[in-house]
Design a protein around this ligand. Structure first.
Ligand SMILES: Nc1ncnc2c1ncn2[C@@H]1O[C@H](COP(=O)(O)OP(=O)(O)OP(=O)(O)O)[C@@H](O)[C@H]1O
Ligand SMILES: [Mg+2]
Length: 286
């Protein structure tokens, strides 16, 4: 990983955060890939760059819906030139916000933990859904299904809207829900014209120093969302996810017990994965 002269303040599963000053930070997307919540030993070359470009595309496209965390500066404004050259395609300068302590998930289709809950209770996060839905069914309307942010190593837990109100307050919960659904709707409609179904996605929001709700983190990338290809989508089957399918299939078949460390992934599987991330970027932005 690149050595920067700024002080590192956080290293997440995928991104590293560096302090610029009290108000601002540099967010650098690495090439790390996590599958089944374990970070693979081998990086996916250029993944950080591709994710950053996808995210930047959406931040810009959706800026009319709400403010985002960008300061408007480039990496050249905050780093010496040699360092900026190294990270220019995968780093962004953003305002340090106070994160809202829930994961704001929006689902347009039924799969994953949502499908599991629906099968068990007919609801997701307490929301009643029509009978007879199956794997990958399109929902009548996109739904807001918040989850609690789990501590490191734990899985997030779906919560009801009432629990969400308790956690962050009714006023804020309402704003978050409305904005999350508006962002999802516009993005999903656009992506569909490019051959991509955005099944579901997770947004992160924060408050700025004036308490204004602001979009932060990454937006509508294959890491924060499930992207399906329109071409292979079929209700009733589990559509292959756009990006991690090769890695996940390979890991599933390797006999790995899904505890760290993950086995070493062959070079051709890594290459196919890079190609899929690139394909998502190309489809969305060209
Ligand atoms: N503008 C911002 N202000 C404050 N925190 C931010 C901002 N944008 C992103 N973050 C935080 O930066 C981190 C990005 O790192 P990364 O996504 O790799 O973490 P992670 O391992 O997924 O952990 P987490 O579960 O917290 O997202 C996240 O914790 C995210 O909430
Ligand atoms: Mg994250």
């Amino acid at each position: 990983m690149t050595q920067l002269s700024l002080k590192k303040i956080y290293s997440g599963k995928v991104r590293d955060l560096y302090e610029i000053d009290d108000q601002r930070m540099l967010m650098v997307a690495t090439d790390r890939l996590s599958a089944f919540d374990v970070i693979l030993d081998d990086p996916i070359p250029r993944k950080g760059e591709i994710l950053t470009q996808i995210s930047n595309f959406w931040f810009k496209k959706l800026a009319h819906i709400m403010p985002n965390h960008f300061t408007g500066e480039t990496v050249y404004d905050v780093l010496p030139k040699e360092e900026a050259d190294l990270v220019k395609d995968r780093a962004v300068v953003c305002n340090r916000l106070t994160p809202i302590k829930i994961e704001s998930i929006v689902r347009g289709y039924l799969t994953g933990s949502g499908l599991k809950d629906y099968k068990a209770t007919g609801t997701i996060c307490g929301l009643e859904l029509p009978e007879g839905l199956v794997e990958a069914s399109k929902l009548p309307e996109p739904i807001f299904t918040p989850s609690s942010k789990a501590a490191v190593g734990d899985h997030d837990i779906n919560i009801s809207y009432a629990e969400c109100e308790e956690l962050i307050g009714a006023e804020l919960a309402k704003q978050v829900k409305e904005k999350a659904i508006a962002l999802y709707k516009e993005a999903a409609e656009y992506a569909l014209t490019k051959g991509i179904i955005i099944c579901d996605t997770k947004f992160e929001f924060g408050l700025d120093e004036n308490g204004v709700l602001t979009l932060m983190d990454e937006v509508l990338t294959p890491d924060s969302s499930r992207f399906w290809s329109v071409a292979t989508y079929q209700e009733g089957t589990n559509p292959p996810s756009f990006d991690k399918q090769f890695v996940r299939d390979w890991l599933e078949n390797s006999g790995w017990n899904k505890q760290a460390p993950a086995p070493k992934v062959p070079a051709d599987v890594i290459q196919k994965t890079v190609d899929k991330y690139q394909e998502a970027l190309d489809l969305l932005t060209k």
